[in-house]
Ligand binder design. Structure first.
Ligand code: AMP
Length: 598
């Protein structure tokens, strides 16, 4: 029942393989409670005696213990922890301490979380197990997808994937984003062979290290292989929207390269140039077909461009939930008739759940927890009735429960114990149990737990902000405008403090409309602390700052320059970062103050 068992099985026909992985998941999900107990036992036995566990278990001999007894002992002795608690241990590993600190197996690779939700990248252990689970969840999800949207064997995937720079830590360990490690792993190649679907771009494009050059080549090669492309994919939906925004600007150059078999001078990286030039050859006929489609599509603001350019594509596949939801509208605009299939739920810390219902719209997607990947616990969360003094974002917490005890409709914060050395680690994500697949819960991703906007007694999360911005942008679209991206900041340097929301928009909209959007957003924060403070003016009017076109590309460039990867990038929805605020304020061209509480 272990991950590696499925990963290593080979030699079967594809249909057999799909049947095999689905029946494997049926079996582990039917026995999810027992599998979880066993998974915890495996993690603790593998890492018996490591420094972190010794702190809590002392010299207790856990090897001879019954698995169920060990599960209760674990929850009673080992405390819940956050990344901050693990940071000193991970830092020692990064600095070259090879003692068994978190795991018995020496850690040689560290992952950088995208950090764009919190504004700071976290270092986390990465092992072979991490790549194996990535491959396994990918294949499991692919097996479910192929039941609804079968794809042709030997076809191609136009994948907007990017590796980050890989750095060496002081102790000589390799550090990079988890996706970067995966693209460099054997498992990435196994995935292509096993699923018989090949990415359009060679490694030199994925690993180029300059996302603008990589995007250009992904698009160029995707068009060159247009009739073989079976699906369009990325890790997070943002990358697809970003790629098509570049396409709107660069299509003529791309067509000219296809026509002549040349490569634009914007591709300066020698290895990337050589790899792409080795693949392309002049194709004037294709170039003129693409040109005709583009000219026509441009007139309709690129509506439905994806299925027009890739008529054999069966669907678009990417994470579209959580902080990616604001990009859904644009994605639908580009994809129109092509189904949008929301990808699985995971984090740099570990994979969590798989989407078993690919035909559901992204808004309704749930993720079935894979009980062999980690040991999962769930902290029940109950919404408080307007307790203005608590610091826990309007929730009362109860004792964590194991997977077998979660209840339908209940919200929880996820806690992970992983094979990579994280023990009772609070992930910070809030999920709701939306159903069950056999004995394993199907989770609805709600939002990240952190409070992002707060001036005094008000508490607003990313989700609250997303809802308010959603309402404001409905007004904007009614008048023909389009919200490209947004972020926010709680300004507390001047009294009274107030919320600032930065919008990049497309289209001409009257100032009166933008003023209305600003007021609608202010009135949409329904958190009691906010409403009371606004009424008493202890929080000032919400300020809407309109930034010039291209500002959020500058934000992206700033993060990429600091080691983030486009593939894992999430626009920070709230920031206190001085450099970022300087970029945003310098680019602000109009400001509006809400009159909602006048
Ligand atoms: P990272 O910093 O790249 O490790 O980001 C991991 C975080 O991204 C998770 O903790 C979630 O908050 C979010 N995330 C990952 N997958 C999904 C998903 N399918 N739906 C919504 N949010 C997700």
């Amino acid at each position: 029942m272990e991950a590696a068992q499925v990963v290593n099985s080979n030699g079967n026909a594809d249909g057999d393989y799909q049947y095999e992985i689905i029946s494997w998941f049926d079996s582990v999900s039917k026995n999810a409670a027992m599998v979880q107990t066993e998974t915890l036992g495996q993690i603790l036995h593998l890492n018996y005696g490591v420094e972190y566990l010794k702190k809590w278990f002392g010299d207790m001999k856990i090897q001879d213990m019954d698995a169920c007894a060990l599960e209760s002992l674990y929850a009673s002795l080992v405390p819940l922890a956050s990344h901050a608690d693990f940071e000193p241990f991970i830092q020692r590993i990064a600095d070259g301490d090879t003692a068994p600190i978190l795991t018995q197996q020496t850690i040689t690779t560290l992952s950088l979380s995208s950090g764009t939700t919190e504004g700071r990248q976290k270092l986390l252990p990465f092992t072979r197990h991490s790549s194996q689970t990535t491959l396994q969840i990918y294949r499991l999800a692919a097996a479910y997808r192929s039941r609804v949207y079968p794809i042709r064997e030997g076809g191609r995937i136009l994948e907007f994937i990017y590796s980050s720079k890989r750095l060496k830590t002081k102790g000589g360990l390799t550090a990079g984003t988890a996706t970067t490690h995966y693209y460099a792993s054997e498992e990435f190649n196994i995935k292509q062979e096993k699923t018989k679907s090949f990415t359009c771009s060679p490694q030199e494009v994925i690993f180029g290290g300059d996302y603008k050059q990589s995007t250009y080549c992904h698009l160029l090669l995707g068009l060159l292989f247009w009739d073989e492309v079976e699906l369009i994919a990325s890790t997070f939906a943002y990358s697809i929207v970003q790629a098509f925004a570049s396409f709107e600007e660069q299509w003529e150059e791309i067509c000219s390269d296809i026509k002549d078999g040349t490569l634009s001078s914007r591709i300066t990286l020698p290895r990337m140039r050589k790899a792409v030039l080795d693949i392309i050859s002049p194709n004037p006929c294709l170039a003129s077909q693409i040109e005709a489609i583009c000219r026509d599509s441009k007139a309709s603001n690129w509506y439905g461009i994806v299925p027009r350019l890739w008529p054999n594509a069966k669907y678009v596949y990417s994470i579209m939930t959580g902080s990616m939801q604001p990009y859904l509208k644009k994605l639908r605009h580009y994809a129109v008739s092509l189904p949008l299939v929301s990808a699985d739920y995971g984090s740099t810390e570990g994979w969590i759940g798989v989407n078993l219902d690919p035909c559901l719209p992204p808004e309704d997607v749930t993720f079935a927890v894979i009980p062999t990947f980690s040991y999962f616990e769930f902290i029940p969360l109950y919404k408080k009735k307007q307790d203005l003094t608590s610091s826990t974002v309007g929730y009362r917490e109860d004792e964590p429960v194991p997977l077998s005890q979660v209840k339908l409709g209940q919200e929880y914060e996820l806690v992970l114990t992983t094979f990579t050395g994280l023990y009772r680690y609070r992930l910070g994500d809030v999920v709701e149990v939306a159903g069950f697949h056999n004995g394993t819960p199907k989770l609805n991703f709600i939002f990240r737990r952190e409070l992002i906007l707060t001036v005094n007694i008000d508490k607003n999360t990313e989700n609250d902000l997303q809802l308010a911005v959603g309402r404001g942008s409905e007004v904007l679209s009614k008048y023909g405008g389009e919200l490209v991206d947004f972020t926010s900041h709680a300004e507390v340097m001047h009294q009274p403090g107030h919320y600032m929301i930065y919008w990049e928009i497309k289209g001409e909209v009257e100032e009166r409309v933008l003023g209305e959007c600003c007021g609608v957003m202010d009135a949409s924060f329904v958190d009691h602390g906010y409403v009371v403070s606004r009424r008493t003016n202890s929080i000032g009017p919400l300020e809407l700052c309109i930034v010039e076109t291209g500002t959020f590309n500058k934000v992206l460039d700033y993060f990429i320059g600091n080691g983030a990867a486009l593939g894992q990038f999430k626009t920070p929805r709230c920031t206190n970062n001085h450099i970022l605020l300087r970029i945003l304020n310098l680019c602000t061209i109009k400001r509006f103050h809400s009159t909602a509480y006048n």
